[in-house]
Ligand binder design. Structure first.
Ligand code: GLY
Length: 264
């Protein structure tokens, strides 16, 4: 099977909890409005479903304010799923909440047991490799444990650096197709995408680097017209989704789902 890095039969999302107002954020730029976030979330799920995929919507978890950002809890690959070990103490328990849902689809799942930490937002899977950015949430021990698991499944993992002060590696980049990456200029300048075709976010629009390719669509956050034009000009079919409330918590398009094709 080809294009497994962006063609998926399934996605998992989780409803935002009313505790989202206590969600983690690097800088306080305002309290998220739950009602508006729910509306954006519904648009996001509708876009995923419009590609023909099955979207499993999990119930809100009030005990975990950031639990709408399900991507950080697991890495789903064609050969298996791995439960992560989030580096934010308030998010550690989210991973265990995800495990039974992936076990139901994959059978057995692997787990990052620790002592290291790793969050899904730091992992970009392309057709040829798995890039993992070291960050404040993902450390060397977490990456080493993941590398051990996926090498047994035949995948190549490469450790890279998340730019300083940036939450996750994928805060600054996204996969657009098997060989094309949308990146902020600051991340691309590190050289980590050598060999790929890189499209830069427009100046002042770095906050839209976190997009997702999902089947035929690219989902990107609203409010970034120059980058939107670049992507349309490059031939991508876009769906623009409101993200103002998740952005207050440093969340974006990738954070809101796990995307995968479970074994048949
Ligand atoms: N608010 C998302 C995170 O910090 O993990």
């Amino acid at each position: 099977m080809t294009d497994t890095s962006y063609r998926f039969t399934h996605a998992i999302t989780r409803k935002p909890a009313s505790s989202i107002v206590q969600g983690l954020r690097a800088v306080d730029i305002g309290t998220p409005d739950l009602t508006l976030m729910q509306a954006h979330h519904a648009d996001y799920i509708a876009a995923l479903r419009s590609t023909g995929a099955e979207v499993i919507e999990l119930d809100a978890l009030e005990d975990f304010p950031d639990s709408v950002f399900v991507e950080d809890t697991a890495l789903c690959l064609p050969k298996g799923a791995i439960i992560m070990r989030p580096g934010a103490p308030s998010r550690l328990g989210e991973a265990a909440e995800m495990a039974p849902h992936l076990e139901a689809l994959y059978g057995l799942v692997a787990r990052i047991e620790g002592p290291g930490f790793i969050e899904g937002g730091d992992i970009l899977t392309t057709e040829s490799e798995i890039l993992v950015g070291r960050s404040a949430r993902t450390d060397a021990a977490g990456i080493a444990e993941l590398a051990h698991i996926v090498s047994g499944w035949g995948y190549r993992l490469r450790e890279v650096e998340t730019p300083p002060g940036v939450l996750h590696f994928k805060t600054d980049c996204s996969l657009l197709d098997g060989q094309t990456i949308l990146s902020t200029p600051r991340l691309a300048a590190s050289g980590c995408f050598e060999g790929y075709t890189v499209l830069h976010t427009a100046e002042g629009e770095e906050a839209c680097a976190n997009a997702i390719r999902f089947n035929d669509l690219v989902l990107m956050p609203a409010g970034f017209p120059q980058t939107e034009r670049r992507l349309r000009d490059a031939g991508f079919e876009l769906r623009v989704i409101g993200n103002s409330e998740c952005a207050k918590l440093d969340g974006g398009m990738s954070c809101l789902s796990l995307r995968f094709s479970p074994p048949q």
